[in-house]
Design a protein around this ligand. Sequence first.
Ligand code: PLP
Length: 279
Amino acid sequence: MPDVAFINGAFVPLAEAKVSIEDRGFQFGDGVYEVIRTYKGRPFALEAHLARLNRSASALDLRQPYSSAEWTDLVLKGITRAAYPEAKIYIQVTRGVAPREHAYLPEATPTVVMTIREFHPVDRSIQATGVEAITLEDIRWGRCDIKSVNLLANVLARQQVKQARVFEAILVREGLITEGAVSNVMVVQGGTVVTPPEGPRILSGVTRAVVLNLALSEGLPIQERFVSQSDLYAADEVFLTGTTVEVLPVVRIDRKVIGSGRPGPIAQRLAGCFTNRVV
Ligand code: PLP
């Protein structure tokens, strides 16, 4: 089954989906996006992803052409068309086509794109051993809560991840951990799950919220506060959360061993709860 694309109201084969060079997404990174995955063919936490799409769009004064109900219908149609056992749905809304000028016309017609591709989950053996990360300075702008397609800092970070042959970059701003380049970060300190608070410094991860709720229902104390880089190295456990990584233990950071050097009991417990929650 070929990958499926949806562009400005119509489903087309991916290879036929084209956007103008004058699109403001191309010219300025003036747009927002979401990534959703399916479990057993059903989109996970679709409502939360669509709510965040709306928040991102309104923070940029970007007209969102579809309601959440209409998006839900389109996503389900796309999943059916693609017919992959598990799919990754990418949605992008840009401020549309206009002669290149930084200021925009509020009435511009947005460009709406969706792709549905096969999803390949993180290998189970990686879940079992845990992954390695590096820290990098967080050079992103001041509104990381907006899921903007302008991802230059993340692109540079992920390239360094690739060159370092590790799994993720944990970003540090003024000595404090913010999040991963494509994930949220949680640490365990003396049995408490600690993660940076929602706000302009991080993306409000959909998985982050699900995992915090799972921790609460497991009776684990949680704290939403910033953690320093030295506290990160000294944590009992560190793990990442995200749509594509789920709950993924980190066992080495900047070549330093975290905790026992193996996935810790709380990360493993939450990963188990997460698996039960999604299937
Ligand atoms: N933080 C960043 C910078 C991300 O790009 C992502 C996901 O792509 C996340 C966190 C995790 O968010 P979610 O759990 O909604 O996938």
